[in-house]
Design a protein around this ligand. Sequence first.
Ligand SMILES: CC(C)(COP(=O)(O)OP(=O)(O)OC[C@H]1O[C@@H](n2cnc3c(N)ncnc32)[C@H](O)[C@@H]1OP(=O)(O)O)[C@@H](O)C(=O)NCCC(=O)NCCS
Length: 393
Amino acid sequence: MTDLQTQAKPPPKKSVALSGIVAGNTALCTVGRSGKDLHYRGYDILDLAETCEFEEVAYLLVHGVLPTVSELSAYKAKLKSLRGLPTAVRTTLEALPAAAHPMDVMRSGVSTLGCVLPETHDHNHPGARDIADRLMASLGSILLYWWHFAHHGRRIEVETDDDSIGGHFLHLLHGAPPSPSHARAMHTSLILYAEHEFNASTFTARTIAGTGADMYSAISGAIGALRGPKHGGANEVAFEIQKRYAGPDEAEADIRKRVAAKEVVIGFGHPVYTIGDPRNEVIKGVARQLSADAGSTRMFEIAERIEAVMSETKKMFANLDWFSAVSYHMMGVPTAMFTPLFVISRTSGWSAHVIEQRQDNKIIRPSANYVGPENLTFVPIEARGKSSAARAA
Ligand SMILES: CC(C)(COP(=O)(O)OP(=O)(O)OC[C@H]1O[C@@H](n2cnc3c(N)ncnc32)[C@H](O)[C@@H]1OP(=O)(O)O)[C@@H](O)C(=O)NCCC(=O)NCCS
């Protein structure tokens, strides 16, 4: 028996439905087996995050193995060739209002691509992998084509010569290629967000895939699930919290009051990890470096002070979203694009899960515990009298 097998199972998390319930098999990822570890296809995230390129990890997840030098080079060339957008997608994006949330734009863009370049009926694995690659390559194009058209009335050229998915995103956002340190920070951030076992959005994707639906349906459903503040949307809320304060002292005083009032501070705690989020130290290092390079450390200091207060008062640890918020802010990414970056990255994990679920070839259909009334007397419609709202009251 391994150490992991002999460890006592942690108690279920109070606020998480189905916490600790095993809902299926996967060869893609393990989360928190020691309370604070993460592995992608058997590789420790700490070995991947700071040295790999995101495309290496996407290849590992979607195509099954770490690529060789020549495979990675061919893969990056393939991704680069998939950055363009069909005319129908551009037309759809141009019809979306500037007030739309970028996550809704991403979801709509994926749906439109699914109409224009649908998956073949046989759902063969090479075809599914091609769709995953196209989505990862072009989601940044989708978001930033809409952004510049809706906000600045400009139709931008989305096919840049950048070496990476993260670099392409920053280039389209800022209109210039990113610095090497920003391109590196994006690799690390996207690697950390790439995969996380049966989280809410991945489980959504697998549930959709289990019905036999196409890859685009699974990914657009997953984007919907990721949008909420208890999941991917947490990085946006984390930044809203950090930016409330002029400095660390003000942040500390206010957070102490909120914790005493039992307020949940988004960006802390986790549905699975019990000891700590292994991704936090890595992304914290990225946030610290970006802040030091920019000579602007105020947001980092506020975030770090709140982290210390949460640890002292609630024994609560920061999750990946907390310092991701600082990192994205330091790279000039607007807050509403934090979760879309998560989408670009997690499309690798979602797609790999869709392919795995198809191999399993079963529909997902759990049972419910019925808590409603029993044995009611049926009353015909003409005899019901009062409005249904009055009868329900
Ligand atoms: C993930 C989450 C639902 C787990 O909550 P949980 O099931 O209550 O977790 P635990 O059982 O470990 O909680 C222990 C205690 O800490 C509290 N707590 C948990 N997360 C907290 C947070 N972020 N802020 C303040 N208190 C928190 C709980 O209310 C509970 O308090 P109590 O013992 O006084 O009742 C919760 O941490 C959360 O909502 N976090 C913020 C959302 C977020 O950042 N999501 C992104 C995750 S990737």
